[in-house]
Ligand binder design. Structure first.
Ligand code: ATP
Ligand code: TYD
Length: 258
């Protein structure tokens, strides 16, 4: 498998073509951004933590019947994926009120949302990712009503699977964002699922274990990412692939030795 030309470079990842049709390499860079790119930094090893946690979650989801773009980890920050035609939707699932919905609606921070709330934004940085509804999604012809239904079902399934997995590690899945894409007519889960795209709270202390540490200067975000990656992945009961566990162990050892 050879890495070929750069196809796209985003805020935290770069996407490369390969010499194999239909397969791409996603490189998780060490860049971190918040507030629509208003706050930016480069933090050593950050990309590897997100790559490993994403790979771990994708593997778990695949084992439980969710189709994802994940194929394999090539090294600690590069993931081989199926090439998708990305659907410009940011599908957010919320179990507890936090972040923008507390700012925009009369929810108390941390109040449970039962059933979970799905919010879908239009992925367009130039428009600051405005929120959509089903009618707007249909009018914009982004997906068919049947596809939208399917996307919501998958999002809720991902929520149940990841909430259970994280609960075993004493972590509450507060909310997360996922993206989907098509290969042919099949819809796959793409992009990443990591500390950058989720809100995670320690069940006992309530402390943030995600990008909020960076957003709101709550501490050393790399210490948090290191610890939370170890907590999520080094689960002896989990059936994660040996390769991901080995790669992550390598990152954690390198970090510990510093
Ligand atoms: P944001 O941070 O708002 O998600 P971005 O475009 O800056 O936006 P990055 O994560 O840096 O985000 O870039 C990765 C890009 O690769 C995204 O545009 C994402 O939609 C795209 N992408 C993810 N998975 C695939 C895939 N399997 N095939 C094609 N493109 C993909
Ligand atoms: P949200 O509260 O809407 O935004 P913010 O965190 O910027 O106040 O975010 C809900 C969850 O979705 C949170 O875990 C972060 C994630 N998310 C992204 O990863 N990318 C995005 O562009 C958005 C809007 C949210």
């Amino acid at each position: 498998m050879k890495q070929k030309n750069l196809l796209y470079t985003g805020k935290a990842k770069s996407v490369f073509r390969t010499d194999v049709k239909g397969k791409l390499i996603v490189e998780f860079r060490d860049d971190i951004t918040a507030f629509d790119g208003g706050k930016k930094d480069t933090l050593k090893n950050k990309g590897s933590y997100n790559a490993s946690v994403s790979a771990f979650f994708f593997s778990h989801l695949e084992k439980n019947g969710v189709k994802t773009h994940f194929l394999e980890m090539l090294d600690d920050h590069r993931m081989l994926v199926r090439e998708l035609s990305m659907i410009p939707l940011e599908v957010i699932v919320r179990n507890f009120a936090a972040g923008s919905i507390v700012k925009n609606y009369p929810f108390k921070e941390g109040s449970p949302l039962k059933p979970p709330v799905i919010v879908i934004d239009y992925k367009d940085d130039s428009r600051h990712d405005p929120m959509l509804n089903d009618d707007l999604i249909a009018a914009l012809r982004l997906v068919t009503p049947a596809e939208l239904k399917k996307i919501k079902v998958i999002a809720l399934k991902v929520n149940v699977l990841l909430s259970k997995l994280l609960a075993k590690q004493g972590i509450t899945l507060v909310d997360f964002k996922i993206e989907f894409g098509r290969q042919g007519k099949t819809i796959y889960l793409g992009d990443e699922i990591s500390m950058d795209s989720m809100r995670l709270w320690d069940k006992k202390s309530g402390e943030s274990l995600d990008k909020d540490v960076y957003r709101f200067n709550k501490g050393d975000v790399m210490v948090t990412y290191n610890q939370v990656a170890a907590r999520i992945i080094n689960n002896p009961k989990s059936a994660t692939s040996k390769k991901i566990a080995a790669l992550t162990k390598k990152i954690l050892i390198v970090k510990k030795g510093k």
